[in-house]
Design a protein around this ligand. Structure first.
Ligand code: DOR
Length: 448
């Protein structure tokens, strides 16, 4: 494989921003330094002072394959992700069939081979009756086990208390949870249905899928994890209330130990709030629900203050015609991978976060949390998964959306940074305008 030299870059890595050159060789970061001279035959890219980051690792996507390829598939969504600077993804088990055992898991890895533009990992899902499959899971075969402690797309609710207790006791990998209390949500939904029928206003979504429902379920997950010493990662925190439940401070503590229990929020909770239902309606209907401006503010602060450990997307595409249905029939979830990093960098532009914090939450932290081997950092010997940021504003247009569903909740919004280039395993995959080459993603490996 030929080598590439990126010169005059502003590297952002492990809490530092510094000027350097970076050489890619055989898919890896071969050298980071200043004044690296180009070798004969070497491709040279002048970064002209622009920011160069490790590719983001999105630990929460729904790429819909197998079974819902009319909405999305691994090829289309990973292409959108790479265009957005996300070079690795971890995909959720609520597919059809759901990923409940080793065969379904390996089927997904086989599907991704040669078709995924980014590096890929697939979660095993939990159900009320696959405890044996969870116990027997090879920890090198999946980033973790996903437990829906609240029902959402795909009907994978685990609500048997004994099963939950056993899963938390016996799981051989980190557990990741969707925390919302389904009985509370069902009761609220019945109340709103009695008033409105199926045509409930979209703005009621955060009252139906309430903050109390989030709190109750998150508390249950934390108590189970504490009882059994489980490594627990609570996905998509959407309320200020839940933040008090989590330990503030770096994911890897000063003494080198790692937090046992970690929290994640998603880009839509930092960029939208209740006021946006008026213009976007079901387009921003998702589970958990986007809540109040005060929650959004608290969540941004919690990212900055290290209460939230990980930033992800929960990319969950649905078709516009599905979203156009009445409330009770409109599916939850929104496509996010293509514009998630630029949306996060908008918080840097606004002075709310630093680029280092975005890199920590969106690249280093998922690698630390899931023991991802050889990725997530700008380090010599690590995979050359890289993203170059150009500070030229652009406005999101529907015709530029690469996700199969063909729309974005950010349409019409202007971002102040764009993705100038993305390399996956040392190969240019996005040149700032279009995808180039062919899918080059690899199976994620775990050092555990
Ligand atoms: O909004 C959501 N959509 N939340 C989930 O938990 C699932 C996801 C989906 O798969 O559509």
């Amino acid at each position: 494989m030929s080598s590439t030299l990126i010169v005059n870059a502003r590297l952002v890595n492990e809490g530092r921003e510094f000027d350097a050159d970076l050489r890619i060789e055989d898919g890896l970061i071969a050298k980071i330094g200043t004044g690296l001279g180009a070798r004969s035959g070497e491709r040279v890219v002048d970064a002209a002072g622009r920011r160069l980051l490790p590719g983001m690792i999105d630990d929460q996507v729904h790429f819909r394959e197998p079974g819902m390829e009319h909405k999305a598939d691994i090829a289309t969504e990973s292409a959108a992700a790479v265009a957005g600077g996300l070079t690795s993804f971890m995909d959720m088990p609520n597919t059809s069939p759901p990923t409940l055992g080793p065969d379904a898991l390996e089927d997904k890895y086989a599907r991704a081979q040669g078709r995924a533009w980014g590096n890929f990992g697939f979660y095993l899902g939990a159900s009320n009756d696959n405890l044996e499959a969870i116990r027997r899971l090879d920890p090198l075969s999946a980033p973790g086990v996903k437990v829906f402690m609240g029902a959402s797309t795909g009907n994978m609710l685990v609500d048997d208390p004994e099963v939950l207790d056993n899963i938390f006791r016996d799981v051989p990998t980190p557990i990741i949870t969707h925390c919302e209390d389904t009985p509370m949500i069902d009761a609220e939904l019945a109340r709103y249905r009695a008033k409105y029928g199926d045509d409930i206003p979209a703005a009621c979504h955060p009252d139906i899928r309430s903050r109390e429902a989030c709190m109750k379920s998150t508390q249950l997950a934390l108590s189970l994890a504490r009882r059994h010493g489980t490594r627990l990662h609570v996905l998509h925190i959407s309320t200020a209330d839940e933040l008090a439940l989590f330990e503030a401070g770096p994911l890897i503590r000063a003494d080198g130990t790692r937090k046992q229990i970690t929290a994640e929020t998603c880009i839509h909770f930092l960029r939208f709030d209740r006021a946006d239902y008026a213009s976007l309606g079901h387009l921003i209907k998702c589970n958990p629900a986007i809540k109040d401006a005060s929650d959004r503010e608290a969540l941004i602060r919690a990212v900055a203050d290290d209460v939230i450990d990980v930033l992800a997307t929960d990319h969950a595409p649905h078709l516009l015609e599905e979203k156009a249905r009445a409330y009770t029939g409109a599916p939850s979830g929104l496509p996010l991978v293509q514009y998630a990093l630029v949306a996060a960098l908008e918080l840097v532009y606004e002075g709310r976060l630093t680029t280092s914090q975005v890199v920590q939450k969106f690249a280093h932290a998922p690698a630390q949390l899931f023991d991802v081997a050889g990725r997530g950092y700008l380090r010599e010997g690590y995979a050359a998964d890289l993203v170059l940021i150009d500070d030229t504003p652009f406005t999101v247009r529907r015709e530029d959306v690469l996700s199969k569903c063909g729309w974005s909740p950010f349409e019409g919004r202007t971002f102040h940074s764009r993705i100038a280039a993305t390399w996956v395993n040392g190969v240019l995959a996005w040149d700032g305008e279009q995808l180039v080459g062919s899918p080059n993603g690899q199976r994620l490996m775990f050092d555990r």
